[in-house]
Design a protein around this ligand. Structure first.
Ligand code: BDR
Ligand code: CA
Length: 313
């Protein structure tokens, strides 16, 4: 099978960075057509910069990086410096990028790429708030049917929320954009907190990154060292969840994940539960399924894959 062509839509973020590195390290399964940056963990200027820092860390400077939407469709931007640090990529000391941004807007890159490829051959991988994808769908509705699949990190059901008691960060930042994406009709695979909260970077797993003894191995270990402080304190867990790499791992080893094809709707009205992903897990409504909503991961298999692949960079 030829590698899957993907666009990574991202707000790096240490876990976004690891997701990107995993994709770069897996050319047999994944061909990265481009990276589109979006505001999220930190403002757009920083996510667009961080995406290029990650490309340079992995010597993948040929990958085009586009800047996209700098704010949600209808709301003020909410950021997460409290988790990811001031730069969004706090932890390792990495040089400022020499790579320049690609010309043009991320939304146009998404539209043009989907139109330029055979229908059903390009997968979108959103790792941040969904405004780039939603804006592309609004601007060019013809591209929706051309999407092979959207594999995204976002939402929660049994784990409920991380930025509010009932909402996960990526969906909460722009619920209207998420609503557009979930109603689009494109095939969707969701990696919610229910999965990512099992993908914990324990000290043993982080040591394995460090033991790679490479530039990438050290950088990844230092990134996870940084953001785990926050999560360990919050959840009292052994380490921090490595959310976004679940998306790229799924493209390589879908057998590591399991879930249910169910209906998922986004709360856009209630201030109390804004951005909640209302998943009909028990199929108690007749609302048609619109997403493969994962809820389990083989965590050891996931970290073995990650470590083995990062060793290649
Ligand atoms: C998601 O929010 C961000 O902080 C992470 O990068 C991840 O995409 C987890 O809720
Ligand atoms: Ca992210």
């Amino acid at each position: 099978m030829p590698p899957r062509k993907i666009i990574i839509d991202t707000d790096p973020g240490q876990d976004d960075a690891v997701a990107i590195l995993l994709a770069f390290a897996s050319p047999e399964e994944i061909e990265v057509l481009g990276i589109t940056a979006v505001a999220g963990n930190v403002p757009l200027e920083l996510t667009a910069k961080n995406a290029r820092i990650v490309c340079e860390l992995a010597n993948h400077t040929h990958i085009p990086v586009y800047a996209g939407c700098d704010r949600p469709l209808k709301r003020d931007l909410v950021t997460a410096e409290h988790v990811h640090g001031k730069t969004g990529l706090d932890g390792p000391v990495l040089p400022d990028p020499e790579m320049t941004l690609a010309d043009g807007h991320a939304v146009d890159f998404i539209i043009d790429t989907l139109r330029a490829h055979e229908p059903g051959t390009v997968t979108l991988c959103p790792l941040g708030p969904l405004m780039n994808i939603a804006t592309a769908f609004q601007k060019a509705p013809d591209i929706v049917d051309r999407v092979q699949e959207i594999v995204l990190m976002g939402g929660a059901y049994f784990e409920v929320g991380n930025i509010t008691p009932t909402a996960e960060f990526n969906i909460y930042v722009d619920p209207e954009a998420a609503d557009i994406v979930f109603k689009s009709g494109a095939p969707i695979v969701v990696m919610p907190l229910d999965v990512t909260h099992d993908a914990l970077v324990t000290p043993h797993r982080n040591d394995a990154f460090r033991a790679l003894n490479s530039k990438v191995g050290h950088a990844v270990a230092e990134m996870t060292d940084f953001f785990e402080r926050f999560d360990k304190e919050k959840y009292g867990s052994e380490g921090a969840p490595l959310h976004d790499p679940c998306v790229t791992a799924y493209l390589i080893r879908p057998d590591l994940f399991s879930g249910r094809h169910v209906n998922v709707q986004i709360e856009t009205q209630s201030e109390l539960t804004m951005g909640m992903t209302v998943a009909d897990w028990w199929r108690v409504t007749d609302r048609p399924p619109n997403a493969m909503f994962m809820n389990d991961v083989d965590a050891d298999g996931f970290f073995d894959l990650l470590t083995e692949r990062l060793a290649r960079l």
